[in-house]
Design a protein around this ligand. Structure first.
Ligand code: PLP
Length: 409
């Protein structure tokens, strides 16, 4: 008899965003001709940069000739891409060894996979509200404990992240071992400044903790006191793994490519107190569990670093950022309490009259045909808040805002 990994049964059967789709489908049945605008889900909509397309065409042609054909990628990624990533970090004043850069098939995989190389008994800290994958990965790996009446897991430390903290997560008051930090933050669009992030690095150094730093939206940072990488903070290489992705930077959500940094200075401990660099464990994981990312996709990613590629990706990011700032400005002018939308494609705002997130979601859907994301799907503290994204087209964004204004919201 094959036994199930029961930890998997503890996560919700449908992923939080699927509930939104269920409700949208119900609406479509009732209103089949309605012109729905999606400002809910965090997926990009603009086409890939021309440079990326060209590079991938060339790579496909190479695959069609015996002399240039490529089989398995090196598990860590091709040097041609790793060297570009390394050079890109230098522009931030961060020097990385090539061997510490691991190309992957997007951030989500490594957010889950990192649990493989960390001990089961670690106490995990996550913000509330938060990108749901951190909590689900903690549950599925058997680290969460039991669920309490308030829907919180007994072994997880939830970092307060509310209007009182300006939706910036608060440092834990107790000792935790692994901290997931997302900066700029999804869903709230808020950011930790360099000075604030330094407090997290100092905490981690003091407690021998690890920060899993999710920099999925680093390309959206445009204020000088906000870090693009945690390694801009002194001492961070001793405590932080940094995960990045081309998904929201260059439209790679469907192509799948990103990378994770495991600095050699970052140590973990056995129960007997022996010390090991985490990168050693990660190397064993990737050589056993992956055969790398497609050559064609890695060539596409490399093209982002050319002069033209950089300009095209910056244009993409600016496009989405402008949408976000339009959303932010409109909501502010309508009198909402608004966060984000400055260094982030996400805008987070409080529902009017204390309405629940799902109630306001339904109102926006039925009265304006606009899809939003209810804050509650990101955790208990998201209740009463909503997330809108700048990832739609300019026209659709403006149309949605006009409907919201006309709808008297
Ligand atoms: N991390 C955060 C905070 C995200 O919002 C997302 C996607 O929405 C991801 C990671 C996943 O990125 P990827 O497409 O690289 O898997």
């Amino acid at each position: 008899m094959a036994l199930a990994n029961e930890n998997y049964l503890k996560t919700p059967e449908i992923y939080c965003f699927d509930e939104i789709e269920k409700r949208v489908n119900a609406f479509k049945i009732l209103h089949p001709t309605a012109k729905i605008i999606r400002l809910g889900v965090g997926d990009v909509t603009r086409p890939l940069p021309h440079e990326v397309i060209q590079a991938m065409h060339k790579a496909i042609d190479e695959m069609g000739h015996a002399e240039t054909f490529r089989g398995y990628s090196p598990p860590q990624g091709y040097d041609f891409l790793i060297e570009k990533i390394q050079k890109d970090y230098r522009t931030l004043g961060v020097v990385l060894d090539k061997e510490t850069i691991f190309v992957n098939d997007g951030a989500k995989s490594d957010i889950g996979n990192i649990g493989h190389v960390l001990g089961r008994d670690n106490i995990i800290a996550i913000a509330d509200p938060v990108y749901p994958v951190y909590e689900n990965a903690t549950i599925m790996s058997g680290r969460a404990g039991v669920i309490n009446d308030d829907q919180k897991w007994s072994n997880v430390v939830y970092l307060r992240c509310t209007a009182e903290t300006d939706f910036i997560p608060e440092l834990p008051s107790e000792k935790v071992d692994v901290i997931y930090l997302c900066n700029p933050n999804n869903p709230t669009g808020t950011v930790l400044s360099k000075a604030e992030l330094k407090r997290w690095v100092d905490y981690a150094i003091e407690h021998q903790s690890i920060i899993v730093y999710d920099g999925a939206y680093q390309a959206y940072v445009n204020e000088p006191d906000v870090p693009r990488s945690i390694y801009e903070i002194k001492g961070a290489k001793k405590v932080a793994v940094e995960i990045r992705t081309y998904s929201k930077t260059a439209g790679f959500t469907g192509l799948r490519c990103g990378y994770t940094i495991f600095p050699k200075e970052l140590m973990v401990y056995t129960k007997m107190g022996e010390v090991s660099p985490l990168i050693k464990l990660w190397n064993r994981r990737i050589t056993n569990y992956t055969n790398g990312v497609s050559y064609i996709v890695q060539r596409g990613a490399e093209a982002i670093y050319s002069r033209k590629g950089k300009a095209e990706t910056q244009e993409l990011v600016n496009y989405y950022l402008t949408n976000a700032s339009l959303i932010r400005a409109e909501l502010v002018s309508l009198g909402y309490e608004v966060y984000g939308g400055v260094n982030s494609p996400y805008v987070w705002f409080k529902t009017p009259d204390g309405q629940t997130s799902w109630k306001f979601f339904q109102q926006l859907l039925y009265d304006c045909q606009v899809i939003s994301t209810p804050g509650i799907v990101f955790g208990n503290s998201g209740e009463g808040y909503m997330r809108l994204t700048g990832f739609s087209s300019r026209e659709a964004t403006l149309e949605a805002l006009s409907r919201i204004r006309k709808g008297g919201f």
